[in-house]
Design a protein around this ligand. Structure first.
Ligand SMILES: NC(=O)c1ccc[n+]([C@@H]2O[C@H](COP(=O)([O-])OP(=O)(O)OC[C@H]3O[C@@H](n4cnc5c(N)ncnc54)[C@H](O)[C@@H]3O)[C@@H](O)[C@H]2O)c1
Ligand SMILES: O=C(O)[C@H](O)COP(=O)(O)O
Length: 468
């Protein structure tokens, strides 16, 4: 066991000093693990050429929503205790479980609100095994010193391919023809069925997915236009439109790829449907909040839209099973009854390739964070990275100090560290939160405890961890 993995405690000065550190048990008695056992761990780690950060088997991980096995395996190989569940959890059960764990892995369904996170006394990091992070209260997490990672683009290609499939399927009314054949009906028609060549695709949100889609659509001979709040470099011959209205006015197919934000709530509503071309198509594989569904139903019924594809919905269930029949939204039946509408259960990123890549990417980021404190790729923390300590650097401690970004803190931190040899130190800030890492050599357990205790006493302190 390493010198600096510490227990939780809330009842005395020392307890307070370590309670914001990496809490490895819920015992009220705060203790540091002995150096002698830590030396044992170091010897064992010598073969790996890198120091072990602490007794990794004390780290508790909860993986929800059927996170890919690649990710689970990486975490288990670290020796962490991993609990794996196939679906998300209702809030009361989530709160119960989250109290115990240091790490949680989720996908798009698990809502980590302030209410849930305030119960997460031991939690140091959240891994979103997906692109979207709207399900997490990122600011609240940062304020509590909880770092959040995601996978920014590993499923982008899968979503883009789904949308290409939907463009052709809608243009050819494939869903309806297939349904008819399943019912034994032969209905050979060409009216209202089109090639996609030379048609205009309007992409709203030209990020990772929008870019991929742009290239694929041009490959099929489509004209691509896009609208984004940022000025961007176009792929191929695509052209950026200055306003959403200009895009809606010109596109035969409109597809949404924006994040869930207050500004994107019902971004496609009554006015936008009116601005679209007669007989055009709408695709939404971003978030359910982006399209006003009752207005979509009106636009389909009036013939303004010739078809639509939805992969995302305002209220999605936590796991597989009945959806529309239990759906409290009064529009559910109307939506299902429409012609030429493709309804999929949020499967845009659900391919073997994407899920396996996301598993590796997010779990690796979680391990780097838990073991070494590195935050590269974090979505709510400054990105700070320091190389791993090696066996040539024994008796070191790595101090991680997450604090409020206010004047004078670094001076105070360095006053606490001034009698020690700081091998490396780096710090960065993101808004109100700052993240400092310092590797200190030739320190013993008592000195480490004093350093942690003194840092915890600083008013700016959010969380302190001591590794190795
Ligand atoms: N259906 C699925 O399974 C699935 C899979 C992956 C991602 N998604 C969703 O798709 C979204 C987009 O993914 P991405 O990887 O392309 O994200 P991204 O961050 O790479 O791109 C989003 C783009 O939207 C732009 N944008 C933001 N607000 C806007 C606004 N109000 N108007 C116009 N443009 C705006 C941004 O500038 C950015 O260029 C994700 O946030 C996620 O919610 C869904
Ligand atoms: O944000 C994402 O990456 C997508 O919405 C996919 O989410 P999922 O992992 O829950 O399918």
């Amino acid at each position: 066991m390493s010198s600096a993995a510490v227990d939780i405690g809330d009842h005395n000065q020392l307890a307070r000093s370590v309670s914001n550190s990496l809490n490895l048990s819920t015992s009220p008695t705060a203790t540091f693990h002995s150096l002698s056992s830590s030396h044992g761990a170091r010897n064992a780690a010598a073969a790996a050429k890198q120091l072990k950060p602490f007794a990794t088997q004390d780290i508790k991980v909860l993986l929800l929503e059927n996170v890919n096995q690649t990710g689970r395996k990486i975490l288990e190989e670290q020796g962490y205790q991993v609990e794996f569940l196939k679906s998300s959890l209702p809030e009361d059960q989530l709160i119960k479980k989250i109290r115990e764990v240091h790490v949680i892995g989720i996908r798009s369904k698990t809502k980590l609100t302030a209410r849930v996170l305030q119960e997460a006394k031991n939690l140091i990091v959240i891994g979103c095994f997906c692109i979207g992070t709207n399900q997490v209260d990122l600011q609240y997490a940062a304020d509590r010193g909880i770092t959040v990672f995601n996978s920014p683009f590993s499923n982008s290609r899968s979503v883009a391919e789904l949308v290409i499939a939907e463009i052709i399927s809608l243009a050819r009314q494939l869903g309806d023809r297939s349904n008819e054949m399943h019912q034994g009906i032969w209905n050979k028609v060409s009216a209202g069925c089109w090639e996609v060549r030379d048609k205009t695709l309007g992409i709203i949100g030209y990020g990772h997915i929008g870019n991929q889609l742009s290239v694929l659509a041009e490959g099929m001979g489509m004209v691509v236009i896009y609208y984004d709040v940022v000025n961007l470099m176009s792929m191929g011959k695509a052209r950026q439109k200055a306003t959403l209205a200009e895009l809606l006015d010109a596109a035969d197919f409109v597809t949404c790829h924006v994040p869930e934000l207050p500004e994107t709530l019902n971004m496609i509503g009554k006015e936008q449907f009116q601005q679209m071309k007669q007989g055009s198509y709408l695709i939404n594989a971003s978030r359910g909040s982006v399209v006003d569904i009752p207005e979509l139903i009106n636009a389909m019924r009036s013939g303004k839209l010739a078809g639509a594809a939805l992969d995302v919905y305002p209220n999605e269930p936590g796991g597989n099973g009945d959806y529309f029949h239990n759906n409290l939204n009064e529009w559910a039946e109307d939506l299902r009854s429409l012609k030429n509408i493709i309804l999929t259960p949020h499967v845009g990123g659900s391919t073997e390739e994407a899920q396996s890549a996301i598993g590796v990417e997010v779990s690796s980021a979680l391990c780097r964070f838990v073991n070494e404190g590195n935050t590269t790729g974090a979505v709510n923390m400054p990105e700070v990275s320091v190389r791993s300590l090696t066996i040539e650097e024994p008796n070191h401690v790595r101090i991680i100090f997450i604090h409020r970004n206010i004047p004078g803190v670094l001076r105070r931190v360095n006053a606490i560290l001034e009698n020690h040899n700081i091998d490396k130190q780096t710090t960065d800030s993101r808004g109100e939160i700052a993240y400092l890492m310092a590797d200190i050599s030739n320190v013993n357990d008592n000195e480490i405890r004093d350093i942690v205790q003194d840092l915890e006493m600083l008013p700016a302190c959010i969380r302190t961890r001591a590794l190795y």
